[in-house]
Design a protein. Structure first.
Length: 292
């Protein structure tokens, strides 16, 4: 499963930028934001790594360091293939002298450039790095020619690294989102079960504590949650996620705090952390459909 999905996303990471280039003449891989963030390369790396990690999750295989090495190799293959296929399709329009991408034009290898020699893949890549205008999405301005070859090489290296960053980020993202149950060799499941206003937090956590300490066995978690009103937009809130393993019947309640900034954007407050082991019988009312 992970091999199949890994190959599919490797192919996608090569095909998508090539198709974009053929149809729009735009090189996704050199898209940068704020001059230094290689957004295009990171996106390509992310797509490249996505399938492998998704496959590992789906087949309940643990993500290990080995997989990060594999995904870096895949990113290298993806990067090289994109560059090589781009080169293979690079032709010169005989009337305008400009570059166009086509299967049957006058291929760039028929040309020589003073100082670079005949346009082999390596010579052409060097020329492209040292003379391509780098486009920036920031305010959709183009910076025009970058004349300084050193600066151009720095950009090229940042771009190259971007592909790896994207691929590794895909793995870290999946690893963070899916907890692994060591005793069952399986991924735990998770389910968001409530949102509660921050202002209701204190009384909610008091009741929750009573429940988890088994002081009161007459109420259920659901009853406590339902006591509090719905969270309206624009208010800070707590979000509770149940993380559980059906097999060994262990469950944890993880609560996160989301605050609203002055510009009305919701963001997680990283300083707040609340995790409590929950008796599986309490958790069960939320996961009935999964447990026989
Ligand atoms: Zn387990």
């Amino acid at each position: 499963m992970s091999i199949l999905l890994g190959l599919l996303s490797l192919i996608a990471s090569i095909a998508i930028p090539i198709l974009i280039m053929v149809f729009t003449n735009y090189e996704l891989i050199s898209l940068g934001i704020f001059f230094v963030i290689p957004a295009g390369a990171i996106a390509i790396g992310y797509v490249c790594g996505f399938g492998l990690f998704k496959g590992l999750i789906l087949s309940s295989k643990r993500i290990t360091a080995k997989h990060f090495v594999i995904v870096m190799l895949m990113a290298l293959i993806s990067f090289t293939s994109i560059k090589y296929i781009t080169y293979s399709l690079t032709c010169i329009n005989t009337e305008t002298g400009e570059i166009e991408y086509s299967m049957d034009g006058d291929h760039v290898s028929n040309y020589e450039v003073p100082g670079y020699g005949s346009m082999t893949f390596l010579n052409y890549s060097k020329l492209m790095i040292e003379s391509t205008p780098i486009s920036f999405s920031y305010k959709s301005r183009s910076m025009g020619e970058v004349d300084n070859p050193t600066v151009s090489w720095v950009f090229a290296i940042i771009n190259f690294i971007g592909v790896f960053i994207g691929a590794v980020a895909a793995g870290i993202g999946f690893k963070d989102k899916h907890q692994y149950c060591e005793s069952c060799n399986n991924y735990k499941k998770s389910k968001k079960i409530f949102k509660i206003l921050k202002t209701d937090g204190q009384s909610f956590f008091e009741e929750l504590e009573m429940l988890t300490n088994d002081v009161s066995d007459s109420t259920s978690l659901k009853q406590i949650v339902e006591k509090y009103g719905k969270v309206k937009l624009g208010n800070a809130f707590f979000e509770g996620t149940l993380i559980y393993c059906n097999n060994c019947r262990k469950s944890t309640l993880s609560v996160k705090l989301f605050e609203v900034s002055s510009t009305n954007k919701i963001h997680e407050n990283d300083e707040f952390e609340y995790n409590v082991n929950l008796n599986f019988n309490i958790a069960r009312e939320y996961i009935k459909e999964d447990v026989a």
